[in-house]
Design a protein around this ligand. Structure first.
Ligand code: SF4
Length: 143
């Protein structure tokens, strides 16, 4: 079973209320892939303030060494971790072994994420959900 970022499947669940439809993701969804939006699963609304990881990447957030902060300075680390844990729980329930997730996101990004400066800059690392999935043996790629 494959998991896919919900925004890549055409769901308007991004922070600004838009989707990022991707042909491959939409085809996987049509075939029954598990569609997940960790930020919504963590209780955040749509739309919501953009947030970035400050002081590290998703692994550092999971281990308490970095925080997820919105552009106005609100700490949403708890929601991001809750969303990652719920996404992982759903993946376990469905027997997910690999995931196609949205690039650069502080939740879904894999290999590269926004750098915490809200300037569009990027840094090496994984988002919080991507980190939790990888840590538990689920392969993660981006669109
Ligand atoms: S958390 Fe992931 S699925 Fe949800 S909007 Fe952000 S990138 Fe898309």
């Amino acid at each position: 079973m494959v998991a896919v970022s919900w925004c890549l499947c055409g769901k308007e669940c991004r922070y600004d209320g838009t989707a990022k439809p991707d042909v491959q993701a939409m085809a996987l969804a049509k075939e029954g892939a598990l569609c997940i939006c960790p930020e919504v699963l963590g209780g955040l609304p749509v739309p919501r303030e953009p947030a970035e990881i400050v002081g590290g990447d998703g692994y550092d957030v999971l281990d308490g060494r970095a925080r997820v902060i919105t552009v106005s300075g609100r700490d949403v680390t708890t929601e991001y971790i809750a969303g990652a844990e719920e996404a992982f729980r759903l993946c376990c329930e469905s027997g997910v072994t690999c995931a196609l997730l949205k690039a650069n996101s502080p939740s879904c990004g894999s290999g590269c994420i926004y750098d915490g400066s809200f300037t569009g800059g990027k840094k090496q690392g994984d988002g919080v959900t991507a980190a939790l999935l990888k840590r538990n043996g689920i392969a993660v790629t981006t669109e």
